[in-house]
Design a protein around this ligand. Structure first.
Ligand code: FAD
Ligand code: NAG
Length: 438
């Protein structure tokens, strides 16, 4: 179709993918970009990226994503992003009780890192407590059976601060923002019928106001299916837990420079944040979904209150992780507990494509599958390329639209994903067991 650079473009969602898109389209010369975000602030409290940190690891089991992550890490070293990238290294292990699946996954990651020409020299093999202590004396637990590798090429990014930086940069470039329940929450993409078929002419907010656009880009994270129900169960809102330990100034200082530490069968943690003295932890697991029985689609819960807890099984895993690695913290209170919602696909591939039968007027940018933030500096480029691609065709087949499979009522592929462990559970079930314990 080819929109012109002065045509109005609407981006729904001011999270990681939406902000990156606003930045790149503006850099490419698009001059009429508006972002709609349901929260009254950016970083949005609904964004999966509104968090202290995310792992920036370059090695993937799949060389396609490794190459992208190399490109992304180079972008993280440029002035807009560099203040938020911390190359602490990534200690990637399994503990003694890890199931075979976790061991096999770890080996594939290690092999990917070791065969990569740029990365290989940064990678060392880790066998047990002694090797780990030489690398990082602060990890003073018994580290039972911890084996794996250390990759000095990797690190973490301060995701909330990076969102803020790009929010400011895009505002500075003239991107407009509508924020909050009243102005920024989008109810639906609006369509009109044309002689050549259905075409979007804009969006309607929850408050009822219509905003015209030549192109609508839906970058609504876990909530994608609400705005593009055509995708069906190909995108599933899923969540993982996040929790923190509140440290003192002295404790934060003592842990300065520790690598991102990951036992695949238990979970991971990061260098504590010097501003807040919070040490962030995430348990590994199959995650939680929230299926609406009437549609079979999983959507994130609407209220923030429903996100603010840590399932019991996850707390057990996190305490085990701490006991093995940082035992002095293992009985401390866990604070700022939440479920963080992302858009999962069964093959962990992103979706970057036009929605069919919209005359190329709507793009779905979704399916981050819980590994998208490292790509933050480059995501928007993929939209720029799609807009300039011949015949409006996504040139990268794995990112194209996924036709819904009507017969699959079940969107529970949890245990089948190669890099995850454990089964996926329904949020309602976990909440029930939570209340019955009170
Ligand atoms: C616990 C956890 C750990 C993770 N760890 C990592 C990691 O270590 N490394 C990594 O690379 N990635 C990680 N991720 C994934 C990363 O956070 C996501 O890939 C990334 O945030 C996806 O960006 P997004 O823009 O698609 O979604 P989001 O960042 O969630 O943004 C979506 C935005 O859309 C807005 N929105 C939704 N519906 C509407 C509407 N109707 N109207 C207006 N606005 C709307 C929301 O409010 C939100 O701000 C992790 C995710 C989780 C949950
Ligand atoms: C952007 O597009 C909207 C909708 O068509 C229009 O009202 C507005 O004047 C445009 N702004 C600019 C700066 O072109």
């Amino acid at each position: 179709m080819g929109i012109s650079k002065s045509d109005p473009v609407i981006i729904v969602g001011g999270g990681a993918f939406g902000l990156s898109t606003a930045l790149h389209l503006s850099l490419r010369g698009y001059t009429n970009i508006t972002v709609f975000e349901q929260d009254g602030q950016i970083p949005s409290r609904y964004s999966a990226a509104n968090d202290l940190n995310k792992i920036m690891r370059v090695e993937y089991e799949d060389p396609f994503y490794t190459d992208l992550a190399v490109e992304a890490i180079n972008a993280w070293k440029t002035p807009l992003f560099a203040p938020h990238f911390h190359q602490t290294g990534f200690l990637h292990c399994v503990s003694e009780k890890a199931p075979e699946k976790a061991v096999a996954t770890l080996k594939r990651f290690q092999a990917a890192a070791e065969r990569h020409s740029q990365m290989a020299k940064y990678v060392s093999s880790i066998q047990g407590q002694e090797d780990i202590r030489q690398l990082c004396w602060q990890l003073d637990g018994s580290l039972p059976g911890w084996n794996g590798y250390f990759n000095r090429y990797d690190g973490y990014v301060h995701s909330a601060n990076a969102l803020t930086a790009v929010y400011r940069a895009t505002q500075g470039r003239g991107v407009r923002f509508f924020l909050g329940e009243g102005a920024g929450a989008v109810d639906k993409v609006v369509y009109e019928n044309t002689p050549r078929g259905r075409k979007s002419n804009g969006i309607r907010t929850k408050a009822g106001r219509f905003h015209p656009a030549s192109l609508v880009i839906v970058a609504a994270g876990a909530a994608a299916t609400r705005l593009v129900p055509e995708i069906g169960t190909q995108v599933v809102a899923k969540s993982w837990s996040v929790a923190h330990v509140q440290l003192t100034d002295e404790e934060t200082s003592a842990l300065r420079g520790i690598p991102v530490t990951y036992a695949r069968d238990l979970g991971f943690f990061f260098e504590p944040d010097p501003k807040t003295n919070l040490l962030k932890l995430c348990p590994m697991g199959g995650g939680y979904i929230n299926t609406d029985p009437s549609t079979g689609l999983s959507c994130p819960p609407q209220s923030l209150a429903e996100r603010g807890f840590l399932p019991h099984e996850d707390e057990i895993r996190l305490r085990q992780l701490l006991r093995q690695s940082l035992p002095a913290l293992s009985d401390r209170a866990l604070v700022k507990k939440s479920l963080c919602w992302f858009a999962d696909t069964s093959d962990s591939d992103f979706i970057v494509d036009y929605v069919p039968q919209t005359s190329s007027s709507v793009i779905l940018l979704s399916g981050d599958s819980g590994h998208g933030f490292k790509m933050f500096p480059i995501v928007g480029r993929w939209i720029g390329e799609l807009l300039e691609s011949p015949n409006d065709q996504q040139q990268i087949p794995r990112w194209s639209w996924k036709a819904p499979k009507p017969e699959t009522k079940s969107s529970n592929w949890g245990g089948d994903v190669s890099w995850r462990l454990g089964e996926t559970r329904e949020l309602a079930e976990v909440q029930r067991s939570r209340t019955s314990k009170l």
